[in-house]
Write a protein that binds this ligand. Sequence first.
Ligand code: HEM
Ligand code: HEM
Length: 199
Amino acid sequence: MYQIKLEMKIAFMTNTHTFLAKLIHWTFIPLYAYGIFKQVDDLNQLKDESFLNFEILFAIVFLIIVLFRYFYMKDTPTLLGAHNELPKGHLFIAKTVHRLVYFSLIMLPTTGLLIAALVSLDIKGVEIAVSIHELSADLSYVVIALHVGATLYSRFKGEGLWNAMVPIWKETEKNNSTLVSKLENLEHKVYEKIEKVID
Ligand code: HEM
Ligand code: HEM
């Protein structure tokens, strides 16, 4: 019995993201929050040259960090910490959400830079660029909320991925409650449907 418990504990300690992956993941959150909260309130603010230059610099730094992170993480297996092999349908959903997170995080500074270029060069179409910029912000809220929700759900089930990225409130064992078994049965039906489409 003790041996089994020990093995389970060891399993919960393996397969973790690298220190750099965790560092980027967690330090990126204040950067994103700053970008969202400092947002430009209206187009007229961009007439102030030093304000505009700061926005451009911020967008470039933000974009470089997101791209660096993307290329650093791209070959890391998705849901790395999971103890059991995950269904293809599950991985497909997780990868899609991660890709949408990256897409929204690339679109935000890119469309911001586009706005800056259109304003500086006095070219028409700024309103369209602003609309795409706002849509990118909305997409980022939705996909990040989905990501955090899914992560908390996984933490509740005790699948192991939480421990691979989150340094606090560690999982200690798989949740084997009847509620979790019922939810997992439901999930598997969804994954099977997805697998029929993607295979
Ligand atoms: C601005 C907020 C956040 C963003 C943009 C974000 C983005 C991402 C992305 C893109 C990944 C995939 C790995 C990578 O490429 O880095 C990831 C992994 C992960 N995130 Fe977040 N995240 C955010 C907040 C959170 C929060 C608040 C939690 C915990 C409650 C969390 C938990 C995790 C976990 C457990 C993983 C590992 C999943 C795996 O192994 O594939 N994230 N995050
Ligand atoms: C990473 C960089 C950036 C982030 C995270 C960001 C974020 C945001 C957010 C969250 C909004 C509000 C969207 C909404 O209401 O749904 C916004 C609006 C806006 N941003 Fe950005 N932004 C960035 C870069 C830039 C840059 C470089 C410019 C131009 C120099 C810019 C110009 C604007 C403008 C003109 C608006 C609309 C203001 C209005 O409602 O009239 N942004 N931004």
